[in-house]
Ligand binder design. Structure first.
Ligand SMILES: [Zn+2]
Length: 180
């Protein structure tokens, strides 16, 4: 059974993006725990979390945790900010043409299938030199689930049923990418 590492961004003294009464660190943790539950109950998957409480963890510790476990997939959960709307995903620069990019295609498509129902914008499959993507020795993806400074986006993120649907879509995407 492959080990899946879920990485809720930020935590503790680092709230991440803040907007419209929401904090990125809390949302990312809530979604992470729901994705874990989805993968465990539907696939009996072995899912580990870089954090499962509101604590601060260095970026280097997050990738080292996954590397030490010999994990098969690393999924970092974030929410965007900076004056946009919609969803985008990132893999490490130069890995689009590898297994990492193939999995990004699968996960991204599954999540967009959910977002499309709400008319949310697909900002694309992107690459970046992010620390957790660079530091992990297995395929890794970072998800930016909507914008904390968009009223339209945060109104959806405040809905429990929306969060559950999004978590299920992320879980299903991971399961498909790993052929669980
Ligand atoms: Zn973030």
């Amino acid at each position: 059974m492959p080990i899946i590492v879920l990485d809720p961004g930020h935590g503790g003294s680092d709230p991440g993006a803040i907007g419209n009464g929401l904090q990125e660190k809390n949302l990312a943790l809530t979604i992470g725990l729901k994705v874990k539950a989805y993968l465990e109950s539907n696939y009996g998957a072995d899912v580990r979390m870089t954090r499962s409480t509101d604590v601060f963890i260095e970026l280097s510790q997050r990738s080292a945790f996954a590397n030490g476990l010999g994990a098969s997939y690393f999924v970092s959960l974030h929410h965007n900010a900076g004056g946009g709307t919609g969803f985008e995903s990132f893999v490490y620069t130069g890995t689009r043409e590898t297994e990492t990019g193939r999995r990004q295609d699968v996960v991204h498509a599954e999540i967009m299938k959910f977002y499309s129902q709400y008319g949310l914008r697909d900002r694309g499959k992107k690459v970046a030199n992010f620390a957790v993507l660079r530091g992990t020795s297995m395929p890794a993806i970072l998800l930016e689930n909507l914008f904390m400074d968009s009223v339209n986006d945060t109104n959806l993120l405040k809905s429990a049923s929306f969060i559950q649907g999004l978590s299920n879509a992320i879980g299903l995407g991971i399961a498909k990418a790993l052929n669980l």
